[in-house]
Write a protein that binds this ligand. Sequence first.
Ligand code: HAM
Length: 420
Amino acid sequence: MDKIKSLTGMLDLYDDGDKTNLPAKLFYLEKKIRDIFKGYKLNEIRTPILEDTNLFIRSVGGASDIVNKEIYSFNDRNDKGIALRPEGTASVVRAIIEKKLDQSNHKLWYMGPMWRYERPQKGRYRQFNQAGVEILGIPEGMPEFEMISIVCSIISEFKLQNCTIKINHLGAQKNKELFCNALVKYLEPFKESLDEKDRQRLEKNPLRVLDSKNNETQDILRDAPSIKEFIDSSSIDLLKSIQNNFSDICNIEIDYSLVRGLDYYSGFVFEAVSSELGAQDSFLGGGRYDQLCAKLGGKDLPSIGMAIGLERFAELIELKDSLVKVVSFLNVTGNLEPKAYKIAHQLRSLNKNIILDVHLSEGSLKAKLRKANKNNSDYAIIIGDDELKNNTAVIKPLKNELEEQITVSLGDLYSFFKSI
Ligand code: HAM
């Protein structure tokens, strides 16, 4: 019979114990990032993965790539337009409005899968995971510093090399619009020289032309107006102040051509990129979205946030061998012996810091020892028919060649296990 395969661009994340594989790194990352978020006194929020499609049309923007061609949407049995969330910010704001919490401040974090119908390639999936932070209810100022502090803490925690945090300021909504008009006016005469993709961007979402990967477009853009000419000096001061304050911790660069692919941004925006990632080099992005809450029917709630692409971030880290000791428990009695299993259960309660890997399948002692070595075990505890009869066990050191294998009483086995 034909086998059913997973959908294109959607990964099964199975940690088989190999620390160089993506799932092991991803799971580790999730745990560590959660701890960092908690250290900033952020509260967790979990929103549904399905939302009304209109939520994303109104927030991320009908002309954005995400809504235009990447959204996973379908009609449910009631003919209602439903979308798998392509990002987390819109859902968080929707939830805050729905709970009538849009008149106070919130510092929130979330983690989970997102969906975008993109052409899969290295670092770009159709289902991927994000860890995000949203600080709601506080105008420009301190939250910008808090946000970059979180980014720097994460980059430092994992000792990432070769990465840069790019920052820019899109001004208030009106500055952004004036700049956008000036850019369109400048680009119109070059329309015929742009490729199909950039021509479409010019029509639907002109700021995105600045993101073009086409060299000819980048040549044309060299003399284009810059956002720098359209924003207030206080915005430029903020960028410089953030750069100065964090430059001893992270590499921060002011990039006036940085625009973000989602419509809701105005004011401070940022992205972290790594030269180790290839074409999809951005592993984190965010910015201020002061108008979004009102646009979704709530109060004016000045806000800022960011999201980390966990699969891309995982590419950048290396896992060290854990300091926690692993002991393999090998039952090599002829038959299934519940008494042997009971010893294993007893051991667990004596030392919670040890990982006890009970080998459940049948097999020869040799095969089990091979597996114990592969599992990176420090010791093997072996119980065969003789040991069971005599109430003893064999302790075999697997890493320290100077230590000899010994047979001990069960009492001594428990004492040994407690002392590791
Ligand atoms: P975003 O830049 O669209 O921002 O996505 C954030 C990160 O998610 C990207 O930097 C990238 O690492 C990762 N990412 C995006 N698409 C894919 C994909 N197809 N495969 C793998 N990774 C991907 C947002 O989503 C905003 N909600 C961030 C934000 C929060 N702004 C304010 N608050």
